[in-house]
Ligand binder design. Structure first.
Ligand code: NAP
Length: 394
């Protein structure tokens, strides 16, 4: 029985992970949970799963949850909070496997703590790889713990790479749906609304990743994640736009063979793969090959999606530039969701921050977090300078 820690349990990936645990009660059990602000969902999860530890973002929220649990007669759940709480949930001695699915760098310290504690990690949170992948990967190697990608593209690559040796890989192909604005004329990008950007054509996900998919910065973050997870240079990571999201990614070998992974567009499959690795477990997540229609592939449009270029440039530079790419994006996406800046200002603002951030290569998580704060401050200033004087856009 694998005891699972789920960091980000109330989110889209967290809930899918719990549905896998529900489906395989003989294989998996919940040891600990960590969430942000959603006390109601955390309460329901505690009621159902009785974790030994649950963490929320702040002391106030943890107190509210603790009170509700006690009023309901639920005991034995240790309610903790903040970064220390998330770290505690990740490092709990009985935990065998950690699902890292907090959004953004808020998940960094706990993911690092899990690796340092020798726990295998299923990694959904790509932002931690972008901000601190160099440090995380080397810690994982030193500890001999696997970092198993849950991001569907990297999960596909992980699967395809089991067919050959790393030195036999020529390049990898990340597939991208192209998001909702794949065919929108560039001239209309300035008028894109929050509602339009939140409508992803093939996946239902959290708000930040959905906006990142609309700007294609999500694919940019995945380029960096791939370089770090699979130890390959940015020039060997290609993007192909595949609107059906049926082929989740491909690996091209030196003999010219290209292997692809095909499955349903359902995150429960990569989660199950990571949680069961190196085994494969029978599931009902079947793909109907008979219904397989057309598969389209096209090169990405760098003019329409400048975030892709910014990500390749940051991937080449590494260190402060990938940290700033992620930090600036977190700030500007939030500003866009609050209708303080237009959609087209997202890449412009990120580029401004990337141009201003001095080059450096942090060696510790503390240094990463300091640089992250610096980049956030720069992004906030840039947002302030472009935010509409009337306050809100639409
Ligand atoms: N969704 C997908 O299909 C998908 C696919 C590939 C990769 N990913 C990656 O997986 C990660 C999670 O994505 P998601 O779509 O599941 O996001 P989401 O639905 O927005 O969920 C985010 C989770 O993080 C928690 N959280 C936020 N701030 C926190 C904090 N300061 N401390 C502790 N917990 C905090 C949230 O808690 P509350 O809700 O309680 O505030 C929630 O549980 C992201 O890195 C994303 O890029 C997602």
């Amino acid at each position: 029985m694998k005891q699972i820690a789920i960091l980000g349990s109330t989110g889209s990936i967290g809930q899918s992970t719990l549905s896998i645990v529900e489906k395989y009660p003989d294989r998996f059990a919940v040891a600990s949970l960590a969430a942000g602000k959603n006390v109601d969902a955390a309460f329901e999860q505690c009621k159902r799963w009785r974790p030994a530890v649950v963490s929320l973002a702040s002391e106030e929220l943890a107190d509210a949850l603790d009170l509700r649990l006690r009023q309901t007669g639920i005991t034995g759940v240790d309610v903790v909070y903040g970064t220390a709480g998330t770290v505690r949930a990740a490092k709990l001695p009985e935990v065998d496997f950690v699902v890292s699915a907090i959004v953004g760098v808020a998940g960094l310290e706990a993911t690092y703590a899990a690796v340092e504690a020798g726990k295998p990690v299923g990694l959904a949170n790509k932002e931690v790889m972008v901000a601190a992948g160099e440090i995380l990967v080397s810690a994982a190697r030193a500890k001999g713990v696997p970092l198993l990608p849950i991001d569907s593209e990297h999960n596909a690559i992980h699967q395809c790479m089991r067919a050959g040796k790393k030195r036999e890989v020529r390049r990898i192909w990340l597939t991208a749906s192209g998001g909702p604005f794949r065919n929108l004329p560039l001239s209309e990008f300035e008028n894109i609304t929050v509602e339009q950007a939140l409508k992803h054509p093939t996946w239902v996900m959290g708000r930040r990743i959905t906006i990142d998919s609309a700007t294609m910065l999500n694919k940019g973050l995945e380029i960096i994640e791939a370089c770090r997870l699979f130890d390959i240079p940015p020039s060997a990571v290609k993007v192909t736009v595949h609107p059906q999201s049926t082929v989740h990614s491909l690996v091209e070998y030196i003999d010219g063979s290209i292997l692809a992974q095909i499955s349903v567009t359902d995150m429960r499959l990569p989660i199950l793969y990571a949680m069961s690795y190196p085994e494969r477990v029978e599931s009902d997540l079947t793909f109907d090959m008979a219904a397989l229609g057309q598969l389209d592939f096209a090169p990405p449009d760098f003019e329409r999606f400048p975030c892709l270029r910014l990500a390749y440039e940051a991937a080449e530079q590494g260190g402060a530039h990938t940290i700033a790419l992620n930090a600036a994006d977190e700030v500007v996406v939030e500003a866009f969701l609050e209708r303080a800046i237009p959609f087209a200002a997202i890449p412009r603002t990120i580029e401004e921050v990337l141009e201003a951030i001095p080059e450096s290569h942090p060696a510790t998580i503390r240094e990463v977090l300091a640089l992250d704060q610096q980049a956030r401050e720069m992004a906030r200033c840039a947002v302030k300078s472009i935010a509409s004087p009337a306050g809100k856009l639409r």
